[in-house]
Design a protein around this ligand. Structure first.
Ligand code: FES
Length: 212
């Protein structure tokens, strides 16, 4: 063999490893590590669209509930229920005779909205430009209270609770409290419209407690 051939062979031959030294890293191990990180990063990246989709789907559920006591009407139950239009002022007799009107509202759950659905009824009592409003539900056990024109009182047909036109109980009474008064929007009244803050209350309690 020529001297130059010995030199070339020595350059191609791997360096001898000394005892106790780690083996050299070869291409296969580097590929495994790169594949591992690719899987991890790919998994993280693919989670973003999934998380965004889940947030869009759950959006109505996750929306923050409004806070308490944002509106205080003339009766002030500290509720954040919205005011709803129930009548025009002209449609109510100005002589103090009660009229019962339905309350319509949009029913909304997490994914659906049903417009103008009946949610209850109220009595409106107008004296001049002043309007008082009472929920039609009896505070005793939840029946609808009627109005008897001959006695000029509210009367519940279930257990005969009766109430004056200002909502006060006529004692003795099965009802533990007066009729539930509801706030009327004074500004809307000036514009000839009757808007009330409609709320339902738990029956059978001595003090009104708003149902959420
Ligand atoms: S529910 Fe009205 S008196 Fe009992």
């Amino acid at each position: 063999m020529k001297p130059s051939s010995h030199v070339a062979a020595a350059r191609r031959a791997p360096a001898p490893s000394s005892p106790g030294s780690s083996p050299p890293e070869g291409p296969p191990r580097r590929n495994v590590i790169a594949a591992f990180f690719a899987v991890i990063i790919g998994g993280i990246v693919s989670l973003f669209p999934l998380a965004a989709g889940a947030l869009v789907f759950l959006d109505p559920v996750l929306k923050k509930k409004p806070g308490k006591a944002t509106s205080e009407g003339n009766e002030g139950h500290g509720s954040d229920k919205p005011f709803l239009r129930v009548a025009s002022l002209d449609s109510i007799p100005a002589d103090g005779k009660p009229v019962q009107v339905p309350v319509l509202s949009d029913l909304v759950d997490a994914w659906n909205r049903e417009v103008n659905q009946p949610v209850g009824a109220v009595y409106l009592i107008r004296n001049g430009d002043e309007v008082k409003c009472f929920n039609s539900i009896c505070p005793h056990a939840g029946c609808f209270v009627g109005y008897t024109g001959d006695r000029n009182v509210f009367l519940c047909p279930c257990h005969t609770s009766s109430f004056e036109l200002d909502g006060k109980r006529i004692l003795p009474s099965p009802s533990p409290r007066d009729m539930d008064a509801l706030p009327v929007d004074a500004e809307k009244l000036k514009q000839g419209e009757v808007w009330v803050q409609f709320m339902n209350f738990y029956p059978g309690k001595a003090a009104p407690e708003v149902k959420e």
